[in-house]
Design a protein around this ligand. Structure first.
Ligand code: CP3
Length: 333
């Protein structure tokens, strides 16, 4: 257990906790090397030895406070027997969805298919690197998973057909049940925190739909995760109102995107806040990058704050810049 959890639980901490979404990824040459020999991304996620090494890669280089398991939110559709592929320069590509047979897949079958993820967690927990650090497990948000399963690729804009999908309610209930199972299995394997990535939360504008597709399922999952004794960070990227989201969903901490005004967030939200800085700042001149970081650190000075970005580390980021940024955050008083 590490200072991320301490920060969320209002305990004394010696410095501002820091980790990055996509901290293990294509910007690291050591990741690209493994990836070039493992062209099937899902298979790589389901190889506990390699996925453990990848999970620990960023911690070998940088003094980060947490590791996030190397996995993907799309392992849930995969476990529900929907084909998932990753095409170069295209992103995820999902296969046909057979809802009737999907509804019949048992929890035992799902756990069996995702067992390598739980093995990865158990093995990673044993590693010395993590004795004083947090290990973060995760799931996609119900809405984001629904979007991927029905749209079958990353959406450019909202596909309204999603709302008219015939067996929508049964599908949503099955996704929620699988998310809970996957969270429970990750917690039992040893993760100390859960993050919910609702990357497409910003696609919905209508209040009624936000309640149905985002607030209701996420509240249920947050309550469930807390009942297991584990804190949960939510990342409803570009949600219409973070304040309303926090009031209703009540996560343990909230991760913000880079488009929302951090000053308004600091004024209106009192739970621990994570992230915010634009990942593109890491591609800029070092001084400009640090000026941006300082801005977030100053704004959240009187808040419980976990340093992170407003989305994942971009593939063309120089690892040296991450190091400069981490050192700066660690020295900030
Ligand atoms: O953050 C981490 O370091 C942990 C691992 C992690 C990955 N995906 C590894 C990955 C996490 C937490 C995710 C979550 C995820 N996956 C999200 C939510 C966060 C977000 O980015 O909005 C989403 C939407 C996905 C689905 C997904 N998987 C996408 C859109 C992509 C990118 C495809 C592309 O070509 O850019 C992936 C692939 C993926 N997942 C990569 C990594 C390191 C890149 C794989 C590669 O091609 O080498």
């Amino acid at each position: 257990m590490g200072i991320l959890k301490d920060c969320i639980n209002n305990k004394e901490i010696s410095s501002i906790p820091i980790w990055f979404m996509r901290q293990a990824g294509r910007y690291l040459p050591e990741f690209r090397e493994i990836r070039s020999k493992n062209t099937d991304f899902i298979k790589l996620c389901l190889n506990p030895n390699l996925s453990k090494d990848i999970t620990l890669q960023p911690l070998k280089r940088f003094p980060l406070d947490a590791a996030i398991i190397f996995s993907d939110i799309l392992l849930i559709p995969y476990a529900l027997d929907q084909k998932v592929e990753f095409k170069k320069n295209f992103g995820p590509k999902l296969g046909e969805l057979n809802v009737d047979s999907l509804l019949n897949i048992s929890d035992t079958e799902i756990t069996e298919k995702l067992n390598p993820v739980y093995k990865l967690i158990k093995e990673t927990c044993k590693d010395k690197t993590l004795t004083t650090k947090d290990l973060i497990g995760f799931v996609g948000g119900t809405w984001t998973l629904l979007v991927y399963m029905l749209n079958k690729k990353s959406p450019k804009k909202l596909n309204k057909g999603i709302f008219n999908y015939q067996k929508q309610d049964e599908l949503i209930q099955k996704i929620i049940k699988t998310q809970k199972l996957h969270i429970k299995n990750q917690v039992e394997s040893g993760v100390s925190l859960i993050q919910i990535f609702d990357s497409w939360a910003g696609l919905i504008n209508e209040n009624e739909k936000i309640h149905k597709y985002i607030y209701q399922p996420t509240l249920e999952i947050v309550k469930y995760t807390k009942s297991l004794g584990v804190d949960v960070i939510c990342f409803p990227r570009c949600i219409k109102s973070y304040q309303e989201y926090c009031d209703i969903v009540k996560p343990s901490a909230i991760s913000i995107d880079y488009e929302v005004d951090p000053i308004k967030i600091a004024e209106s939200i009192d739970i621990p806040i994570q992230g915010g800085m634009d990942p593109k700042c890491l591609l800029l001149d070092k001084n400009v990058m640090l000026k941006n970081a300082k801005n977030y650190l100053e704004i959240f000075k009187n808040h419980k704050y976990i340093f992170n970005l407003g989305h994942g580390v971009m593939p063309d980021t120089k690892p040296e810049n991450l190091k400069i940024l981490i050192d700066f955050v660690k020295e900030f008083k």
